[in-house]
Design a protein around this ligand. Structure first.
Ligand code: ZN
Length: 437
């Protein structure tokens, strides 16, 4: 890198990057857009970044992030969470509504949106709650949140399931008017009371209450039917079982308005990790079997599952370093997501880099109704760019993460790749693997 130090904005020339298609190109970033793309562009007065050997991906988009602010700033803040996002190559994240207070009014979603803008590391798109206080009994002010400055389009009670079928129907009907989407945490609560991990051989051996696959699959099947009946968009959060993929495949074959996501941890980790009773592996939905991992990988590869979403769920040390039954559910994921997908999907030959760009940028941007993200890196597109070094490989060290929390299930695991730089509308938020401020 050359040019004036400390001026991360201004004009950048990314020299010799490799596009997801394999093609080599220079990219000139000016005034927030890709002003030119092609070989051997003239630098003019631009700062030059030598991207020889680096992949250039459209800035990643996360549909499912828990930023914890307002209310749980001991676990994460919008500033620390978006710094983690930028380090992971993200230029936009959807902030889940299960904060304190819950993001169930225009006031709270506007606060979250504004704090994201002030932090400036990546775009923060608030997700609105479906029901008041996530209580599951009364619809929240969906229209007011949609009309607010935050322009909410994705609504979710994530962490809890909208289990009442009539309320789910009404929510789908309501958001249809403005092209919104209901993102469902699919968990039939009557089937998961007291559940600690996947119901199966491992839960039997450990003597812990199981979370059966059918509790997820039953809700997904019901909601696909409701989405088709209403003609309104359903998005299924964190699909974790092979059976869920089969149901989604069926619904999509019918042309129903259904999309779905899978987390990096469900693409790589299995329930036998619970054998050591280390709560870093406790998550909801739980880690499943090797057959489920194979099922969700195939689903992501063939497009039945549209995208990867992190479900980044930071927790303070005391919430995770407890006895298994008392420990909180959740794992951090923003800073490792692309590397886990590299390992689970690219190294296995299930996705190429064009597929990764589609599943981690283009499709999540479309599902989240974000028009400024997810576009191919071509002249005129917004200058949201992630530069990734696929040849690197280092062990994951949560102590070095920007997230306030340390609950990464990948700690100590050697993962391929490294995010080298991230640009948000032409401004470098990350350079040489470090945040720029
Ligand atoms: Zn969830």
């Amino acid at each position: 890198m050359s040019g004036k130090e400390g001026t991360m904005t201004g004009t950048w020339l990314i020299r010799n990057a490799t596009l997801p298609t394999g093609q080599r190109t220079d990219l000139l970033l000016r005034d927030g857009t890709i002003a030119q793309a092609g070989p051997e562009l003239s630098a003019g007065g631009a700062q030059v970044l030598d991207a020889d050997g680096l992949l250039a991906l459209p800035g990643l988009v996360d549909l499912h992030t828990h930023l914890r602010e307002p209310g749980r700033e001991d676990a994460e803040t919008i500033e620390t969470g978006t710094r983690a996002a930028a380090l992971g190559g993200f230029t936009a994240v959807h902030a889940m509504a299960n904060t304190d207070p819950v993001a169930d009014t225009a006031g709270v979603v506007e606060q979250v949106w504004r704090l994201g803008r002030e932090a400036g590391y990546c775009d923060v798109q608030p997700v609105g709650a479906v029901t008041v206080k996530l209580g599951g009994t009364h619809l929240a002010e969906l229209g007011a949140m949609a009309d607010s400055v935050a322009r909410v389009r994705v609504f979710s009670d994530d962490g809890k399931c909208v289990s009442d079928p009539l309320l789910m129907r009404r929510a789908l009907e309501y958001v249809k008017a403005f092209g919104g989407v209901i993102a469902q945490h699919a968990e039939e609560p009557r089937l998961t009371q007291g559940a600690q991990l996947n119901e199966g051989e491992v839960s039997g051996r450990l003597g812990l209450a199981g979370w059966p696959a059918v509790a997820e699959e039953a809700i997904i099947a019901r909601d696909c039917l409701l989405a088709a009946h209403v003609g309104s968009a359903l998005h299924v959060c964190h699909v974790s079982t092979a059976g869920s993929v089969e149901i989604l495949r069926w619904a999509k074959a019918k042309g129903w308005p259904v999309t779905a996501e899978v987390t990096p941890h469900h693409l790589l980790l299995t329930d036998d990790l619970a054998e050591g009773y280390d709560p870093v592996y406790k998550v909801n939905p739980p880690l499943r079997t090797a057959a489920d991992v194979e099922g969700v990988r195939q689903g992501l590869a063939d497009g039945t599952i549209d995208c990867v979403a992190t479900d980044h769920a930071p927790h303070p040390v005391e919430a995770k370093e407890a006895e298994w039954a008392a420990a909180a559910n959740g794992m951090t994921g923003l800073e490792t997501a692309l590397r886990v997908v590299h390992k689970a999907m690219v190294e296995t030959g299930l996705l190429d880099w064009a597929g990764v760009a589609d599943r981690m940028s283009t499709r999540p941007a479309a599902i989240g109704r974000l028009t400024g993200h997810g576009q191919p890196l071509a002249k005129g597109a917004p200058a949201n760019v992630t530069l990734y070094d696929p040849a690197a490989a280092t062990p994951v060290n949560p102590a070095a993460h920007a997230s306030k929390s340390r609950n990464s299930p990948f700690a100590g695991m050697t993962l391929p790749g490294r995010v080298h730089a991230t640009f948000l509308r032409g401004t470098a938020t990350v350079l040489d693997g470090k945040v720029t401020r």
